[in-house]
Design a protein around this ligand. Structure first.
Ligand code: TYD
Length: 252
């Protein structure tokens, strides 16, 4: 779907906030908390996740993370599959929501491909960026929140999570410490290069403190320091418009 100029201009009405970070960084918990805050202000909120978020995307997710033959997958194949799931969720869920003026919270977005496939898997960044651009069209995040945790903490949390579910880690979670070190450094590098779009929060702090820091950063950057007043001025009716996408990430 190519977006018309008029549609592109209207995308400005909504907001896209992406959440990034290594495994076990606590993105999902923080997204849930942010949904509650934003819904209280009356915004329509749509949550989605990558890979997945649509029927087609969830099937692609299954190939990427849980396919029995997944160990044979080449990095190029992986990149294109993540991009395929992204292309679908952008057109099916994210762009329409932005056109309605909703706030979309995405658990991972294009920066995951830059970092995991480009930096950690060592694919050339030129093609990775080009494929990312093709997948998202003009739909870029307004703000990207990176929840940063040391690699040792990530690995510990992966182990705990798998243990609690009685399941073995998925294909990406079976990577080694060097891979996750690159992922972590990759995010910090991107954030350094794009300080206007990125907010980095220390994910080793308590859930409450992280929530407060994310909220303070969003208020300042997106709502001119006062989210309540801004929502009121925009005529957002409390609770009335609140609607959550069925594509929301299921609780772990
Ligand atoms: P998920 O279970 O959603 O992990 P998390 O809770 O950490 O987000 O699995 C997504 C995995 O896919 C995760 O290891 C990151 C990886 N990934 C990529 O490698 N490239 C991408 O473009 C995306 C979106 C995810």
């Amino acid at each position: 779907m190519a977006l018309s100029k008029k549609a592109k201009d209207k995308l400005g009405a909504g907001l896209l906030i992406s959440f990034e970070g290594s495994e076990g960084s606590g993105k999902t918990t923080q997204i849930k908390r942010l949904v509650q805050r934003l819904e209280k202000l009356g915004h329509e909120i749509v949550t989605t996740r990558e890979p997945g978020g649509t029927g087609i995307g969830e099937q692609v997710r299954n190939i990427l993370l849980h396919n029995a033959g997944g160990d044979e997958m080449f990095a190029e194949t992986e990149l294109l599959l993540f991009a395929a799931a992204r292309a679908q969720v952008v057109r099916q869920t994210i762009a329409p929501a932005l056109l309605r003026g909703a706030i979309v919270l995405s658990d991972r977005y294009l920066d995951s491909s830059t970092v995991y496939q480009g930096i950690a898997r060592n694919l050339a960044l030129g093609p990775v960026n080009e494929i990312n651009r093709f997948a998202v069209g003009s739909v870029m995040p307004h703000i990207t929140v990176v929840i940063d945790v040391p690699t040792s903490v990530s690995l510990e949390r992966i182990k705990k999570r798998a243990g609690a579910k009685g399941a073995k880690p998925d294909r990406m979670e079976r990577e080694n410490i060097d891979f996750y070190d690159k992922v972590r450094k990759g995010y910090l590098l991107l954030a350094q290069g794009m300080p206007k779009r990125f907010v980095v929060v220390d994910g080793t702090q308590s859930v409450d403190v992280i929530e407060k820091q994310i909220w303070a950063a969003l208020e300042k950057r997106l709502f001119g320091g006062n989210a309540k007043a801004r929502a009121k001025a925009a005529g957002v009716k409390a609770k009335a418009a609140a609607k959550k996408s069925t594509a929301a990430k299921p609780a772990r």
